[in-house]
Design a protein around this ligand. Structure first.
Ligand code: IMP
Length: 228
């Protein structure tokens, strides 16, 4: 693992880079639910490490927003663990520092994936009326940016409701040749082009109940695939 940064127009965005040849950890070194033991190849990012990295992202976010109030918008369902942990850590900073940022929370539910691939269009299938975000500083919290198409479409949707500002925090950014080039403002880890599950990331709704981020194996893909 190395740290890295992507120089962009506005700012340097740093993240922990997980190399393509990163072996991760054998499953038997961690506690894995019995019902998934046959369906995973290895642990790639243990929950403890996610937790520590999230703590630092919370600090970066608090420093960027200064004293401005924010609405933290959780992209369901995959973003819910990262969202919960990030909001908790911002609250800890709010209690313990000389200045604090007021936070409101909101939720949106999108769906774009079946099996391992994007269906190509995002569907907003739940959440409040986005009009509530007009004039607000919005922090979108997402689990993973893969091609970046989902986030591009969500940002287009957001611009139509005229928020004051929009920033995106994504726990993971996948290295994929299919990327449209979108890079979020806050990134936890840059990961290899593998299908990852756990810590709320799913494969056809399974594996959300797994604490660590793991690489799914061929058995898991087959067992939980949806016939089209
Ligand atoms: P994108 O539009 O290709 O960037 O896809 C983003 C969405 O696809 C994420 O919000 C996830 O729901 C899903 N996704 C992409 N890669 C993975 C993965 O490795 N595991 C689980 N979900 C993924």
């Amino acid at each position: 693992m190395t740290t890295n940064s992507t120089e962009t127009k506005a700012s340097a965005k740093s993240f922990i880079k997980i190399a393509d040849d990163e072996k991760g950890y054998p499953l038997d070194q961690f506690c894995i639910p019995k019902h998934y033991e046959e369906d995973l190849e290895r642990v790639l990012i243990p929950e403890g490490l996610i937790n520590d990295r999230t703590e630092r992202l919370a600090r970066d976010i608090v420093e960027t927003f200064g004293n401005e109030a924010i609405v933290v918008l959780c992209v369901l369902k995959g973003g819910y663990k990262f969202f919960t942990d990030l909001v908790d850590k911002i609250q800890v900073l709010n209690r313990n520092r000389g200045h604090s940022i007021q936070m409101a929370v909101d939720f949106i539910r999108l769906k774009s994936y079946m099996n391992e691939s994007s269906t190509g269009k995002i569907e907003v299938i739940g959440g409040d009326n986005l009009e509530n975000l007009k004039g607000k500083n919005v922090l979108i919290v997402e689990d993973i940016i893969d091609t970046g198409r989902t986030m591009q479409q969500l940002l287009e949707l957001m611009s139509s409701v005229q928020p004051k500002s929009v920033k995106v925090a994504s726990l993971l950014l996948k290295r994929t040749p299919l990327s449209v080039g979108y890079i979020p403002d806050y990134i936890g880890f840059e990961v290899p082009n593998l299908f990852l599950v756990g810590y709320a990331l799913d494969y056809n709704e399974f594996f959300r109940d797994l604490s660590h981020i793991c690489v799914i194996n061929s058995n898991g893909k087959e067992k939980y695939s949806i016939q089209q």
